[in-house]
Design a protein around this ligand. Structure first.
Ligand SMILES: NC(=O)C1=CN([C@@H]2O[C@H](COP(=O)(O)OP(=O)(O)OC[C@H]3O[C@@H](n4cnc5c(N)ncnc54)[C@H](O)[C@@H]3O)[C@@H](O)[C@H]2O)C=CC1
Ligand SMILES: O=C(O)C(=O)COP(=O)(O)O
Length: 392
């Protein structure tokens, strides 16, 4: 039995990589003809995609670093780790609110600049501290844009801290709505949320609809003295407009996880080096989740937590060979697949067909072996994107 090859494109937690048993997997950062890629923020855009590739595992939430549409067109499944780093991000957002409310960064810098003996320093501290007077969180309003895995946690913890919370997410899932504290109020538009909030925290994916979501016009709707937190992705905010709003005094602070040359060191900007998911716990959770999903996909064809393939779980039929076909979601694909199998005298023991958007995925358990010629014939069907016999 050939070993599956997994190529890592970032540092991935050993706890996750340990889920790939050595007798069946070769795991390395440098190998050829990978079956699977595991990565964090490394960009696959513009990279040559090896024809051997069957699956990509993003050990994290955001998949904007992966050309997902291109992967779909090649019949390559893309997985991520929903919720696995949400607590880590939530904790950093709370930190961000406190850094902004208590002027911690400027106060820290002030202390760094102090010298002299204990008496001199003590006098400077007492004289200087008034410039860093802050405010407290209870009673302030937090607006959360995007109530997914992270947004829900941020909304709930803010509620626990005594804040009023309003949320905006036109596509909230039923599961996330169940998790949300009942006191979180629904905003009907981003504009409503912006105009009512003392803090605004963004927790949406970077997609066409969210690029530039916070622009100059929307910044003008924010309360004077409000703080914007962006732990999602840099392009969700028009940074030039944010810098202008800070300069003009409308915005109190911009706390973000994405430093840029333009924003670094500018008054009011608190930029962290993309630290949201950088905790031991989150790194372990993400790596374990995607490793388990990749293994399951490579070894059984089953699909869980994919961002482009439909959820598909079919128990393996004893003694059967399994075929996994990704195809365009058009009529008569299953008919053509089963015709090829019938013509080759292969009996179908079990079959699962699921679709998601333009893509459909079919698992077929057949009695006996699957000759290579059958796989090649299936690959020749117009609309078939990838064909795999599961080695088991
Ligand atoms: N700073 C960091 O290290 C990290 C950043 N992230 C970023 O945070 C994003 C969100 O992560 P999760 O909460 O785990 O994802 P998620 O998929 O659970 O939640 C995203 C939510 O945004 C909502 N949404 C989409 N478009 C929207 C719009 N136009 N307006 C309002 N809501 C909208 C969706 O309906 C969904 O509920 C990721 O895509 C990633 O870009 C995630 C993890 C770590
Ligand atoms: O999970 C995400 O979307 C993140 O932004 C975390 O990125 P990272 O894995 O820390 O490079």
């Amino acid at each position: 039995m050939n070993k599956y090859k997994i190529q890592t494109l970032n540092n991935i937690s050993p706890k996750g990589l340990g889920r790939f048993p050595l007798e069946r997997y070769e795991v390395a950062s440098d190998l050829s003809e990978p079956d699977g890629l595991v990565l964090r923020s490394a960009s696959l855009h513009g990279m040559a995609i090896p024809p051997s590739l069957k699956a990509v595992g993003r050990a994290g939430a955001g998949t904007n670093n992966i050309p997902v549409a291109e992967m779909s067109s090649r019949g390559v499944a893309v997985f991520n780790a929903p919720g696995a780093n949400a607590n880590a991000v939530k904790e950093l957002v709370v930190t961000g609110m406190l850094l902004a409310a208590r002027n911690i960064i400027a106060a820290w810098d002030f202390v760094h600049g102090l010298d002299g003996d204990a008496d001199t320093m003590g006098q400077a501290v007492e004289a200087g501290k008034k410039q860093f007077k802050g405010f407290e969180l209870p009673g302030r309003t937090l607006g959360v844009v995007g109530l997914g895995a992270i947004g829900v946690k941020v909304a709930n913890v803010a509620q626990d801290l005594g804040m009023q919370v309003i949320g905006y997410d036109p596509a909230i899932t039923v599961g996330n709505a169940w998790q949300l504290d009942a006191s979180v109020e629904q905003a009907h538009t981003v504009e409503e949320l912006l105009s009512r909030s003392d803090f605004v925290s963004l927790h949406v994916p970077l997609i066409d609809a969210t690029r530039g979501l916070i622009n100059a016009d929307r910044l003008k709707l924010m309360k004077t003295g409000a703080t914007l937190l962006n732990f999602s992705r840099a392009p969700i905010v028009d940074e030039t407009a944010v810098l202008q709003a800070l300069e003009q005094g409308g915005l109190h602070r911009y706390v973000c996880d994405f430093p840029t040359p333009e924003a670094r060191g500018r008054a009011g900007v608190i930029a962290l080096p993309h630290l949201g998911a950088s905790t031991q716990e989150a790194e372990d959770n993400c790596a374990v989740m995607v490793a388990d999903q990749l293994r399951d996909y490579l070894e059984t064809g089953n699909v869980r937590n994919s961002v482009n393939f439909p959820e598909a779980v079919l128990p393996m039929t004893d003694g059967a060979a399994r075929l996994a076909v990704a195809n365009r979601n058009v009529p008569n694909m299953v008919g053509q697949i089963s015709t090829v199998l019938a013509q080759r005298g292969l009996n179908i023991a079990d079959l699962l067909n699921k679709s998601r958007g333009d893509l459909a995925y079919t698992l077929v358990d057949v009695d006996g072996e699957l000759p290579d010629a059958v796989l090649d014939e299936l690959r020749g069907i117009d609309g078939v994107l990838s064909v795999r016999a599961i080695d088991h």
